[in-house]
Design a protein around this ligand. Structure first.
Ligand SMILES: *Cc1c(COP(=O)(O)O)cnc(C)c1O
Length: 451
C-alpha cells in the first residue's frame, strides 16, 4: 500500500510512554471535540488526494523522498510536547538531541570540531553560511556555478553581497578554468561548491578547487543540501568519491536531512569548521560560551523558533540508521544511484533518446531525440504529460542547449535552453522498479512517435 498505516500503533505506544514522564503532575486533560476533529481531518485527507503520489516508486520526478516511518512517528510524538529549540527552556531534551544528531553529521564529513545546528531547510542554512562568509570577507564577491541552486544569487541579493556565476563544463560541473579566470581578476571571497546540483546532480570538482584555494586564498562553502549523504557511499565513480573525500577541507557545509535524510520537511543543517564564527551571531556572551559543551542553539542560529520535533525525528532516524559506510542507509543511497545508472544505460542504448549527461549521483536527464532543440523541448513536455496518464510521474528541466550540442553535433540548436525530462531516483526501491518504469517510458515514446 502506498500509504502505510502499520506504523500507527507504534505512535500510540510511544505517546503513552511520553505520558508516563508527566504522571507526577495534577490531573489535566485538554478538552476537544473528537467528532469535529474527525470530520475536518477527513476533509483534509480528501484534499490531500490532489497531490502526486510522492511516496510511491512510480513517482520518479522531483526531489521528493518519503520520510521514514520512524521520522514521521518521532516527529508526531514530539509534537505532544512541541518543544522549541530556540532556547534551552523551550526544548531541553530536543536541543540535546539536536546537538548529538548534528555532531554525527559533522563526523560523517570528517569533522570533530565544528559549530552547527539544524535549520528550517537548505535555504536558511545556506543563508547563514553566506552571511558568515561575508562577515569574514566583507564586500567580496561570492561565486557559484551556473548549475548551483538559484538560492545563492538570491541570498546574495538579500544580504547585498556581490554574486557571480561561474560557467560549467560539459558535465555540468563548475569549470575550473573559468573559476580561475575570475580569481585572477581578484576580489572573490567565497566559492560555493555544489556537491550534487539540484537540477542534474552534478558534483563540482572540489579537489581542483582546493588547489586554487591554496594559490588564491578564498573561503569554500559546500552546498550539499541534496547530495551530502553520498559522502557515505564508496561505490561511486572515483571522481565523485574524491570530491566527497575532500569535504573536510571546506569552511562550511550545508546538508538537508529533509532531502535524502529521510526527514519530513523543515530540516536543513549548516556546519562551520571554525566554532569561533559563533561570535557573529549577535551576542552578549563571551566567545568561550560557544566552545563550551553547554552551547545553546538559539544563540547560534538566525532563526528564533525552530521545531524541536525535527531534532527528535532526525535523532531517532539516525539511531536506526547510523551514518556509516556500508550501513543500511548508505546502501539505500547506493541503490538509488544504481537505478540512475541503469536508467541512463537504457536511455543511452536507445537511439530514440538524447542523454547529454552521465549521472554523478541519482538524477537522470534526457530528451526524446528530434532534429531541433525546440522540437525536443516539445517532446519532453509531451513525455511528462503522457507518462502521468500512465501513472509514471516525472519532471522536466531546462538544460543549456550548448551542452547537448557537444554530445550531439547533428542536432540543430534553435533555443538557448532545451526542456529535458528529469527523474530524481531517490528511493532505494527505484532499482527494483526500474524495469517497470522503463516499460512506461517505452510505451510513451511509441505513442508519441505515432502522433
Ligand atoms: C534543495 C536545495 C537547496 C535549497 O534548500 P531548501 O531545503 O529547498 O530550502 C539549496 N541548494 C541545493 C543544492 C539544493 O538541492
Amino acid at each position: 500500500m502506498t500509504i502505510e498505516t502499520r506504523s500507527l500503533p507504534i505512535l500510540e505506544r510511544a505517546v503513552n510512554t511520553l505520558a508516563e514522564g508527566y504522571k507526577h503532575l495534577p490531573e489535566f486533560e485538554p478538552q476537544f471535540d473528537a467528532a469535529a476533529i474527525q470530520e475536518v481531518l477527513i476533509q483534509a485527507a480528501e484534499r490531500m488526494w490532489d497531490n502526486y503520489p510522492y511516496p510511491h516508486p512510480m513517482y520518479a520526478g522531483q526531489m521528493l523522498k518519503p520520510p521514514h516511518p520512524v521520522a514521521r512517528l518521532a516527529y508526531m510524538m514530539a509534537t505532544w510536547i512541541n518543544p522549541n529549540n530556540h532556547a534551552l527552556d523551550g526544548g531541553k531534551a530536543s536541543s540535546a538531541m539536536e546537538k548529538e544528531a548534528v555532531e554525527e553529521i559533522a563526523r560523517m564529513f570528517g569533522w570533530s570540531d565544528h559549530l552547527g545546528h539544524l535549520t528550517g531547510g537548505g535555504t536558511l542554512a545556506n543563508l547563514e553560511a553566506l552571511w558568515v562568509a561575508n562577515q569574514l570577507h566583507p564586500g567580496k564577491t561570492i561565486v557559484a556555478s551556473q548549475q548551483a541552486h538559484y538560492t545563492h544569487s538570491r541570498i546574495c541579493g538579500v544580504l547585498q553581497i556581490p554574486f557571480e556565476a561561474v560557467a560549467v563544463d560539459d558535465r555540468a560541473r563548475m569549470d575550473v578554468s573559468a573559476l580561475e579566470e575570475k580569481l585572477k581578476e581578484g576580489n572573490i571571497g567565497t566559492v560555493v561548491v555544489t556537491l550534487g546540483t539540484t537540477g542534474v546532480g552534478s558534483v563540482d570538482p572540489l579537489p581542483a578547487i582546493l588547489e586554487l584555494k591554496a594559490r588564491y586564498g578564498f573561503r569554500i562553502h559546500i552546498d550539499s543540501a541534496y547530495g551530502g549523504y553520498y559522502a557515505l557511499v564508496k561505490s561511486l565513480p572515483e571522481y565523485v568519491v574524491n570530491a566527497y573525500a575532500a569535504i573536510k577541507a571546506a569552511d562550511s557545509i550545508v546538508i538537508d536531512p529533509h532531502k535524502h535524510g529521510l526527514q519530513p520537511y523543515g530540516c536543513g543543517c549548516v556546519l562551520f569548521k571554525d566554532p569561533e564564527v559563533g561570535r557573529f551571531y549577535k551576542h552578549d556572551s563571551p566567545y568561550t560560551y560557544f566552545s563550551s559543551s553547554e552551547l545553546h542553539l538559539g544563540e547560534i542560529s538566525l532563526e528564533c523558533s525552530r521545531a524541536g520535533a525535527s531534532a527528535v525525528a532526525l535523532w531517532s532516524t539516525m539511531r536506526l540508521f547510523p551514518l556509516v559506510e556500508d550501513g543500511e542507509f548508505a546502501n539505500g543511497l547506493a541503490s538509488c544511484r544504481n537505478a540512475a545508472v541503469e536508467l541512463h544505460r537504457r536511455l543511452s542504448a536507445d537511439a530514440r533518446f538524447v542523454t547529454p549527461l552521465e549521472p554523478d549521483l541519482d538524477i537522470v536527464i534526457w530528451a526524446p531525440k528530434a532534429r531541433t532543440t525546440s522540437a525536443m523541448s516539445e517532446r519532453s513536455e509531451a513525455t511528462f504529460k503522457a507518462a502521468e496518464e500512465r501513472h509514471l510521474y516525472l519532471a522536466t528541466f531546462s538544460f543549456p542547449s550548448r551542452l547537448i550540442k557537444l554530445c550531439y553535433p547533428e542536432i540543430e540548436v534553435d533555443t538557448e535552453y532545451t526542456t529535458c525530462v528529469r527523474s530524481a531516483l531517490m528511493k532505494p526501491e527505484h532499482s527494483d522498479w526500474l524495469a517497470r518504469i522503463w516499460d512506461v517510458l517505452d510505451q510513451v515514446e511509441n505513442d508519441l512517435s505515432m502522433r
